[in-house]
Design a protein around this ligand. Structure first.
Ligand SMILES: *Cc1c(COP(=O)(O)O)cnc(C)c1O
Length: 462
């Protein structure tokens, strides 16, 4: 931890005067809430200014796949910082960017081996959207419309917001976001996905030639409330897209790097997308950096004249610090066999959420549970008697899917968990855990115990 410890009161005061927080109704927030002040973070833990520690149950918005401040990642960052921090990728290359691309190509599915760097999940998606439009235009087709899934979340740029399938997030930008057709997602875990598939099939059979790409979060929709859908659905829509010349863009920003137990969720459906986007776990949550990975076949549409070049590129494309860390992440996955450790954690998470659904007390408020890989989630019953005092401190919501702005039950559980030593930020009425993939079993058991006790404490009020 840093030697000069900042004064926490000064930090809070400066924050309240000047920091505009994400997804936060700022007037209510400033009037009623104080932020947690984090002074340090290590492994699954956040260390607060008052000397207490919290288990970071959501891995800092799902990025911290190897825990905070993994010593190997910090060392890789320091070593690269001493050499050089940043140079452009314009006619220049360097070992971190070049070797990372080679190593990433070796682990991405099928023929995906052409790596385009950007800054975060949103820009990885933005690059994929532009790539797909320009790809079709240069292959002689005018295909400018997009398909996405209901409940989808793909990030924050206008392109990514357009693809988003939660209406409340798009609504303020009506008139600016572009036209996207949102198709139904099969019910969580439903083996029968015929009607959801039929809807895409009818659309593509009548007007397939209008569509540039289908963008999906493979198998797990994170921001929608940790909703899982069957692999068969993804497999079948991928085949449908291929038949109709529609590109498949897999948004593996959250699911990639083993959240569901395999490096990529697409692989669980046996699908090789045309374009794959990765961020979040790409740098183990150390730096914002992303990649949009595609095949030589797609890149070929960008050859044959300088006017065909892909017109895209951020200042920090291929940032050496991020790339050095991302290489070390891949080395850790290989050498420390991170994915092999997931099934043991999955069993513990599954057992915990199954108990929540069965237990006589917790089942009063638990409507449904699901767990897969290093993710477990419970849908809670929103009941006016369980509302928190005053407004909830965020508008992160699963609104169109049953949760909501006014939902308080998730925040009740948050408060209980906070008291017991976990940071358990809900998504509307959905309480979930997405811990690091290598979280020590003892810490995981402790976290899951806090989840059970916190849900029980809230349910016992009914
Ligand atoms: C977080 C997320 C994004 C956006 O990534 P940022 O790094 O926050 O821009 C895009 N897609 C999915 C599936 C995500 O979970």
């Amino acid at each position: 931890m840093s030697r000069d410890r900042p004064d926490p009161d000064a930090v809070v005061a400066a924050d309240k005067r000047h920091v505009w927080h994400p997804y936060t109704p700022m007037d209510e927030w400033r009037a009623r809430h104080d932020p947690l002040v984090v002074m340090g973070a290590q492994g699954p833990y956040l260390f607060l200014h008052d000397g207490s520690r919290l288990i970071d149950a959501n891995g800092s918005w799902w990025v911290s796949t190897l825990g905070h401040n993994a010593p190997r990642l910090v060392a890789a960052l320091e070593a690269q910082a001493r050499a050089f921090c940043h140079v452009s990728l314009a006619g220049i290359t360097h070992a971190p960017a070049a070797l990372l691309a080679e190593e990433l190509a070796a682990v991405t599915p099928g023929d995906l081996d052409q790596v385009f760097y950007s800054d975060d999940g949103s820009t990885a998606i933005e690059a994929a959207v532009k790539m797909s439009v320009q790809y079709h235009a240069q292959s002689g087709h005018r295909r400018s419309r997009f398909l996405a899934l209901e409940g989808a979340f793909h990030g924050e740029t206008i392109g990514a917001t357009s693809l988003g399938g939660v209406d409340v997030f798009r609504r303020p930008f009506a008139g600016v976001v572009f036209d996207v057709v949102h198709v139904p997602v099969p019910e969580p875990g439903a083996p029968d996905y015929k009607s959801a598939f039929g809807a895409v099939e009818r659309l593509l059979e009548t007007r397939g030639e209008e569509f540039s790409a289908l963008v999906v979060e493979p198998l797990l929709q994170g921001a929608a409330g940790m909703r899982l859908y069957p692999a068969g659905y993804l497999e079948d829509v991928a085949e449908l897209c291929r038949r109709h010349g529609v590109l498949l863009i897999a948004d593996e920003v959250f699911t990639g790097y083993g959240r569901l137990g395999t490096m990529w969720a697409s692989a669980l459906a046996g699908v090789v997308p045309d374009i794959l986007c990765t961020a979040k776990g790409f740098t183990g949550g150390v730096l914002p950096m992303a990649a949009t990975v595609t095949s030589q076949r797609v890149l070929d549409a960008f050859s044959g004249g300088r006017d065909k070049a892909f017109l895209y590129g951020h200042s920090y494309c291929g940032n050496p610090l991020g790339a050095a860390v991302a290489r070390e992440v891949l080395a850790i996955y290989r050498e420390e066999r991170v994915l092999e450790g997931v099934p043991e954690r999955e069993r513990a998470i599954q057992a915990c959420f199954e108990r929540l659904a069965r237990d006589a007390v917790t089942s009063r408020i638990v409507l449904g549970v699901r767990a897969r890989g290093c993710m477990g989630a419970a849908d809670l019953r929103d009941d006016p008697r369980l509302a928190v005092d005053g407004p909830v401190p965020t508008v992160e919501t699963t609104d169109d899917l049953g949760g909501g702005y006014t939902a308080g039950v998730g925040w009740r559980v948050y408060e209980e968990a906070r008291r017991r030593g976990a940071y358990l930020r809900p998504l509307g009425d959905v309480v979930y855990v997405t811990p690091p993939l290598n979280i020590p079993m003892a810490d995981l058991e402790r976290l899951l115990g806090i989840v059970e006790d916190s849900v029980r404490a809230v349910a016992a009020r009914l």
